[in-house]
Design a protein around this ligand. Sequence first.
Ligand code: MN
Length: 489
Amino acid sequence: MSHIRELTRHINHASHADMELITKAYHYAERAHEPQKRASGEPYFNHVFATAKYLAELNMSPTVIAAGLLHDVIEDTGATPEEIETIFGKEVLFLVQSVTKLGTVKYKGIERNVENLRKFFVSMAEDLRVIVIKLADRLHNVETLQYVKPEKQRRIALETLEIYAPLASRLGIGELKGRLEDAAFPFAYPKEHLETKNLLETRTDAHEKYLHEIDGKLKKVLKENHVNVERVDHRVKHLYSLWKKLKRHDMDIEKVYDIIALRVIVKNIEDCYSALGIVHSNWTPLPGRIKDYIATPKPNGYQSLHTTIFTGTGGIVEVQIRTTEMHEQAEYGIAAHFAYKEAHALGHAVASKKEFAWIDELRLAQAELTKSNAFLERLKTDYFKDRVFIFTPIGEIMDLPEDSSAVDFAFAIHSDIGMHASGAKINGKFMPLTTKLKTNDIVEIQTTKTAVPGSKWLDAAKTTNAKIKIQKYLKEHSLISKWLSFGKK
Ligand code: MN
């Protein structure tokens, strides 16, 4: 049974019960979906099998893999919840039902889909495994998008780019994010996809040459200096993220330095820093491109050292250095936490970790903002945009949406600081509160008791939190002044 082997070979020490669960789910799903066909004409079972295979590749547990196989049986076949529970147990039933619930509302464009999105996040906070199954399901659906009616393709592709890929990214599942985006890209933006693909092809030969130059020497010098290297490999930038970067550089591919990145996976953190030193003593680094995400991880938990070096023959290559654990975190994110142990309500336990605190924050936000539009607005602006990372004078990191200003920073620290902010010191210089912040800025907010929000702040504010508070103040304030001037007449 080689197919079943594909689903179980990633499980550490698969027990007899694990094998039995997956084998049973495999045969049950195959039989249940028997007469059904996908739009491609293939048996429907191929879809649930692919979903389960992605989950297996993410090192998910046998329970989750079984739920992946069964994720469409309640919705699309005659299978009843009672039957699933009797054969596969309560937990598998819970996962299958949760995935089914998420899928019942059909996507009709992001604006009209708020209710569905909300269900999505509520269920996410309940159990993140449901989201991982949904993401794997979506990946196979976008990878087979060419068989779907053309009028549906773009809608599904955009939904993938706007909702699913950012979600995978925020959960730290970089591997899944990249695949979702690249599968959706040609259907969402066909012209841009082609342009990016052609641009990348013009550089392929040069990149292979540079890579070849560095690779051998790098392995040699690391070995000579006794760094515990687990392996050295490389990745080519995903096409969609290349396009996003190209847009910021007027489509000039010469300005994108991380198209190819060499990845050095080492044993421990000391090895990371030794390796960085060795790289810099053998190749000249590009100034300003050394990033220490080990000391200051990205909010989704990503850790690594990045540097960009001149190859010596005109090439520029990025080098990423990290430990095996950091690498797994980068590829599998939250899924990596599920890999080894799995408890009931694990979703909650993981969500309480600092890097996933935003999940709880989002859940609170959606309870608080009852109006659909407000919720959608918040989703789009606060959680799905690129982020900037700002430091407080004592080295704490604030994670804000791109284009945020010192006003947003003030409110992010505390409402009272926002309400009474009188000035900002950015990298040691006094600047207006409306100044836009950049990653790595160190910002200190000055307050005075008499200071109040100004009308210019509203334009400068990007976070919903700051906007709501400023608006509320201005509204009350203008009512009072209107009332006062009315009284004077
Ligand atoms: Mn499905």
